[in-house]
Design a protein around this ligand. Structure first.
Ligand code: HEM
Length: 498
């Protein structure tokens, strides 16, 4: 057979296979009965366009919302996934369902070799059980002095979003390795590294669509000079892993009595091949990364909203002051948690910010039902917390930051049912209490009578600099200008902050 006829046959074969796949996806497959645009049912390139390119990427959530407006509460958003926009439906996240996470979507995190990105419920259960004791109430309480120590560094605020990301990074790494990375000590709060995390978010989304090639190439093949040219903070991203590796090594060499995440994993029942240094580093790195952008972003947005409502800041200051007087010393995390107005502030911050991405799952064994429609087992199905958090039927004027909505006890009970910033079910956030501790202590100290300084926002455009625009799983605003403020020290003097 000549080369040209072999090529023609191969081309004919590919065209036939693609045509057969298209007919199956559009007319014969089990998802063909669900509403949604044909183009999304036909190819995932439609999603890839919004995720990787449109308006800088991370914009498929806007298109998904448009689809819901047109087609109703359940839509087919790609060839294999249904999305539901209904605050009262969370069937797939129930613990008893033991749903899996789809590999293709969670590729934004790299290989599925840690609790966060584990694909099947069984391997997740094993890995989560291994690290769970390290997140016990006693462990969280032990972490409070470390967070307190870190907070003393927040007095030298430069750019608020960088400062809060540095605090979150040091909080999460200090928890995992018992030794923070030290980002709060950096004069600009590791600004370049924070920028790089944003790029990593976008790369992760591209990685999802290119079957994992991007992150692998970035980590292993790309020379350092090129990575630096593309983004000066790239070293920060690589540094995140190499610093974690060094700290994991150090932890592993310490005595058995030591308490850190590495020692916890070494003492667990995981099989030996999941206790290698590389494996442990990826698990602890995943924990640290999961706690970095999320908490940093929530704190930034919450403080922005407080500072842009002076009457709310004043109310918070007054409440915190009374607590200082009551306890005669800085209130602890648990004491701050009792403050109703601060509680409303934290809930509003978590509602307006937190994770941006949809959270897909699949139940491999059982069909699901939505409003009489049977969703066949093995179908990827997702909901997005933000749809509920911004649902006007539940949270009136949902885009407003309004801590007062949480003050009435009965109303708080109703609203709490719909607030799920940390996800739901067996795969919900293991770091919830650490995140809350950092947020409560940070706000409690920043707006305390002993803070020693006041903050004033400087040249901020809400739509550009604060409002969630890109879904790189974590939410990112349109611009990279950050949240800037003047720091007015009580003893006089002003530091302008960028
Ligand atoms: C405000 C801050 C935070 C928010 C909003 C948040 C939110 C979430 C959400 C929604 C998930 C579920 C993701 C999914 O279903 O795919 C998750 C998982 C996770 N989070 Fe967080 N998180 C925060 C802080 C933290 C912190 C401080 C840590 C650790 C120090 C952490 C560690 C993790 C880990 C390890 C998982 C995976 C759990 C598993 O699959 O078993 N998070 N987080």
């Amino acid at each position: 057979m000549s080369t040209s006829s072999a090529t023609a046959q191969l081309a004919a074969l590919i065209i036939t296979a693609l045509t057969a796949r298209s007919i199956y996806r559009l007319f014969l497959g089990p998802l063909s009965k669900f509403p949604g645009p044909k183009i999304a049912a036909l190819t995932s390139l439609y999603e890839a366009y919004y995720d990787c390119y449109k308006d800088g990427g991370g914009r498929y959530y806007i298109e998904i919302n448009r689809m819901h407006d047109e087609y109703g509460p359940i839509v087919r958003i790609n060839p294999w996934e249904l999305h539901i926009r209904d605050p009262n439906w969370n069937e797939v996240y129930k613990v008893a369902r033991r749903a899996h996470k789809p590999l293709w979507y969670y590729r934004f995190l790299g290989p599925p070799d840690n609790a966060f990105s584990s694909v099947c419920a069984e391997s997740h259960r094993r890995r989560r059980e291994a690290i769970n004791p390290y997140f016990s109430p006693a462990a969280i309480a032990r972490h409070q002095p470390e967070v307190e120590r870190l907070l003393r560094g927040t007095e030298k605020v430069v750019r608020l979003d960088d400062a809060f990301r540095a605090l979150a990074t040091d909080g999460a790494t200090g928890f995992a390795f018992r030794k923070p990375f030290g980002h709060l000590d950096s004069p600009d709060f590791e600004h370049a590294g924070n920028r790089a995390l944003r790029m990593l978010g976008w790369l992760g989304v591209v990685n999802r669509h290119l079957r994992g090639v991007v992150l692998w190439g970035f980590k292993t093949l790309m020379p350092q000079w090129l990575a630096l040219k593309i983004n000066p903070g790239s070293l920060g991203v690589r540094g995140f892993y190499t610093t974690s590796l060094g700290l994991s090594e150090g932890c592993a060499e310490k005595g058995e009595a030591e308490t850190d995440l590495v020692r916890q994993i070494l003492n667990s029942n995981l099989p030996p091949h999941e206790k290698t240094l590389a494996f442990i580093t990826r698990e602890s790195c995943a924990v640290a990364l999961a706690g970095t952008e999320s908490t940093g972003s929530v704190l930034s947005v919450t403080v922005y909203h407080l500072l842009s409502h002076p009457e709310r800041t004043a109310r918070l200051r007054a409440e915190v002051k009374v607590a200082y007087e009551k306890y005669g010393q800085p209130p602890t995390f648990q004491e701050l948690r009792e403050l109703p107005y601060l509680g409303g502030v934290v809930n509003e911050g978590l509602r307006l910010d937190s994770i941006a991405g949809r959270l897909p799952r699949l139940d491999p064994k059982n069909d699901l039902v939505y409003e009489g429609l049977v969703i066949p087992k093995g179908t990827y199905i997702s909901t997005t917390q933000k749809d509920t958090h911004f649902c006007a039927d539940i949270f009136s004027d949902p885009h407003d930051f309004r801590p007062e909505r949480w003050l009435d006890v009965a109303e708080r009970k109703r609203l709490s049912r719909y607030l799920a910033p940390f996800g739901r079910g067996a795969r919900s956030c293991i770091g919830t209490e650490i995140a809350l501790m950092e947020i409560y202590l940070c706000l409690g100290r920043l707006f305390s009578p002993e803070a020693g300084f006041e903050l004033e926002l400087h040249d901020i455009d809400f739509e550009q600099d604060v409002h969630f625009f890109h879904d790189f799983f974590s939410p990112f605003p349109m611009s990279t200008r950050g949240i800037r403020a003047f720091v007015r020290w009580e003893k006089g003097g002003v530091n302008e902050c960028y």
